[in-house]
Design a binder for this molecule. Structure first.
Ligand code: DMJ
Length: 417
């Protein structure tokens, strides 16, 4: 037997890990956890649709049990299911919802039981078995806001401590030029990839470092965010065709790898503004506005240099509306509302179907519906448009509010309304 070939770390953009799924059972196959109901809860509450909120809370209390004998993807379960039920509790005060979140967090904890403290990707919620040694920055550092909220409400810090340890374990492994690549072996700490990116599967890692600082006041989050952001601005920022983009680079050398852009990276404009780099965030947002003007519905991936479409789908993505809201909340400039209005009108024109809205398989082809409406549409863009345009009386528009990466409101509800 010859020696096995050791594959070199990936350089360019390989297949991204699944970031969404639209089948009802996608989160913990083949179990239906009522994800759409959970994701819609706080949006309905902000819209004062209290009868529907009541129906949703009742469904979750009657049907959702966290002891599921199935593989839960820890990060998505946290941001979508746990985060959504938690924001349902924050809005309604319903104690059953909080108890379910506490139980669910406890069941996610075995994922963090690794030599590095960085979580494995999957955990069986009934048995505590785990799998998935190779993970991604967002899935490693994507827990702090939900864990902070839970710790505050229950007094139990164990999930938060695990979340902080995981986020910092990844930060400590950054390269000499302060970049991290987009694949990590959570058992050995090795990096199977060399690609540093602000898009998936790294995106929410940066977001949750900033949010971790905001919510916990722990300076380690702030310092990690600043160090990594400075390196991203130094090595990944490029002007292409007169527009500001962030390109993928080698995490050790800073060598540019490619100019493809994931639509999911549009969140980064808002994050930059929140994190103190407002002028750069605004310029970057102008690039996404140009993409929206050019494509209408922006494809999931395109090349910033040629505008060639490299992944034509769009499953009702919220990121442009997300950054528009974040920017508007930071400076109240009307241009962000115009941008969000255009996003809404394009969606209405291209994606409205008989009984709701549908993703598109190919944004270039009229009517190429994928026959699905993901949970995040209810949690994110419906809420973003509402907050931008409805002067929502149950939302605190001051600095106290907090919306998670999934748009879940964890701080800043106004119950008196
Ligand atoms: C959502 O689940 C969240 O916004 C997440 O952070 C990344 N993207 C999807 C929607 O595109």
């Amino acid at each position: 037997m010859g020696l096995g070939r050791i594959s070199p770390p990936r350089l360019g953009r390989g297949p991204d890990p699944p970031r969404f799924g639209n089948a009802p059972d996608y989160l913990i196959k083949p179990h239906d956890v009522g994800l759409t109901i959970a994701e819609a809860l706080d949006t309905l509450w902000l819209m004062e649709l209290d009868a529907q909120v009541e129906d949703g809370v009742r469904w979750i209390a009657d049907h959702f049990r966290p002891d599921i004998d199935g593989w839960a993807q820890a990060f998505e379960t946290n941001i979508r299911l746990l985060g959504s039920i938690l924001s349902g509790h924050v809005c309604t005060g319903d104690k059953k919802l909080l108890a379910l979140c506490h139980d669910l967090a406890e069941r996610l904890m075995p994922a963090f039981d690794t030599p590095t403290g960085m979580p494995r990707r999957f955990v069986n919620l009934k048995t505590g078995a785990t799998k998935g040694d190779v993970s991604y920055p967002a899935e490693i550092g994507g827990f702090a806001p939900e864990a902070t909220t839970l710790a505050k409400l229950t007094g139990d810090r164990r999930f938060l401590d695990a979340a902080i340890r995981a986020a910092m374990a990844l930060y400590e492994r950054r390269s000499k030029i302060d970049l991290i690549p987009d694949e990590v072996n959570v058992v050995t700490g090795a990096f199977p990839s060399r690609r540093a990116s602000v898009g998936p599967p790294s995106d929410s890692y940066y977001e949750y470092l900033w949010d971790g600082w905001r919510l916990t006041g722990d300076a380690r989050f702030r310092d990690a965010y600043r160090t990594l952001t400075d390196a991203i601005l130094a090595h990944q920022r490029r002007t292409i065709g007169g527009r500001l983009w962030f390109v993928d680079v080698d995490y050790e050398t800073g060598r540019p790898l490619e100019t493809r852009q994931s639509e999911l990276a549009a969140f980064y404009a808002g994050l930059l503004a929140e994190g103190g780099d407002g002028a750069i965030g605004q310029l970057h947002m102008a690039s996404w506005a140009a993409a929206q003007e050019r494509f209408g519905v922006v494809p999931d991936e395109f090349d910033a240099a040629s505008w060639a479409v490299t992944d034509p789908g769009n499953p009702l993505r919220p990121e442009i509306a997300d950054s528009a809201l974040t920017l508007w909340l930071t400076d109240r400039n009307e241009r962000w509302r115009h941008l969000a209005r255009a996003h809404f009108l394009i969606m209405k024109r291209r994606q409205k179907v008989a009984h709701g809205y549908s993703g598109l398989e190919d944004v270039r082809i009229a009517g190429s519906y994928d026959d699905s409406c993901p949970g995040f549409w209810w949690s994110e863009q419906m809420k973003y448009y509402w907050l931008l345009f409805a002067d929502a009386k149950r939302f605190d528009y001051g600095p106290a509010h907090y919306l998670s990466t999934e748009g879940n409101i964890l701080r800043g509800v106004r119950r008196a309304g």
